[in-house]
Write a protein that binds this ligand. Sequence first.
Ligand code: URP
Ligand code: ZN
Ligand code: ZN
Length: 471
Amino acid sequence: MSFTLVSGGTVVSAVGRRLADVLIDGETIAAILEPGRAAALGVVPERTIDAAGKYVVPGGVDVHTHMALEVGGTVSSDDFESGTTAAAWGGVTTIVDFVTQTQGRDVRDTLAARHAEAAGECAIDYGFHQVLGGVDGAALEAMDHLVEHEGITSFKMFMAYPGVVYSDDGQILQAMQRASRSGAMVMMHAENGIAIDALVAQSLARGETDPMYHSLTRPPELEAEATYRAIQLSKVAGDVPLYIVHMSASEALEQVAAAQHAGLNVFAETCPQYLFLSLEEQLMQSGFEGSKWVCSTPLRSQHDHHQSDLWRGLRMNELAVVSTDHCPFCMKDQKELGMGDFSAIPNGIGGVEHRMELIYQGVVAGEITLERWVETCSTTPARMFGLDTKGVIEPGADADILVWDPNAKTKIGVNDKHHMNMDYSAYEGFEIDGAVDTVLSRGTVVVENNTFTGRKGHGKYIKRGLSTYLH
Ligand code: URP
Ligand code: ZN
Ligand code: ZN
């Protein structure tokens, strides 16, 4: 047996905190012990990690990332190696990325191709959701196979992007009906893409080409309308579990809260960009700068109350999860594709490295508790997506651990802390009152002393079970 002891820290879970030592046997947590108890039991660890004065929390679980995603004639700039390495730098020990199927393509072929891209490349563990971008009989059949045999228990659909990955209401309903038979989760990109496309065409015809029009042509009402419609369809499909991704607008959150109040299986996530960034402060920056923050759903106006409502939603569990929707692009040759036409700017923001840091700053600011940080960034995402051995520090769980130093500082920026493959940082200049200290992935130290000590290929594919959040 090869024991590692994380000693003297404050172990924080979703429900509380206590001074304790964490005993790791190989890749697994063996015991949570009173401080000093391991020695009394005669355990001689091969390695001791001193966590005195620090928080010991479950490694971050980011259930929404897009490594090497093809978008609008380019590919998101982190591949599985660089993206999972950056994730580790940020205290994340599991990601769930996406396999994309489009009209006429075989779902199983898309999965095989995505496995080939990721295998042997990842520094931390990973799973997949399946995007259904072309629902037909074969795709519906494939859903059951993925749930039963491939460890893919969640299916993302798009009410946006007509002609690309868009599904109409009939396709969505059929996929939901199928999912409700197997217990799978349907994840929804909830924006009314048909109406948005009309607004985009009208805006461009008026000569409005700057990045800020990306947000102005995707108003909160069209996020709320799609959210409402997705909820009604999920109800008709037998109250299939529905998870609304990247929620940005108060009006959409109201729909989720109402559905939850009515007892429906409706959940939602938000992302750091919607909690910290805005239309005025970022998207409206002069020239083409705003393109750095073009993503969908879009950044919202600071003159409304989206950010405060989202923080409240996180406190109230109307928003159960914080993910990043990490979809990075460089300015050079990528965001630049949309110069003179905001609708050609590749949609996405990179942030997989900074979610634990930014949401911890929400703890410092009094928006959420330390326990809620752990819950929304690790424990609930794991339970929500059937990652049974992740998201907790408990005997039998994978030894995925983040040692967090509340007395250190982090400065985010391309010349400061920045390991993603991007030529800018969406959070340039942000200062965090705390820092990633040490990160363990299945018992292996992957970050310590401000050094990445992991390796590509350490991360393995995790077959996920059904959501345990409902049980
Ligand atoms: O702008 C975004 N969110 N890009 C990634 C794809 C998606 O819709 O999640
Ligand atoms: Zn989306
Ligand atoms: Zn996404």
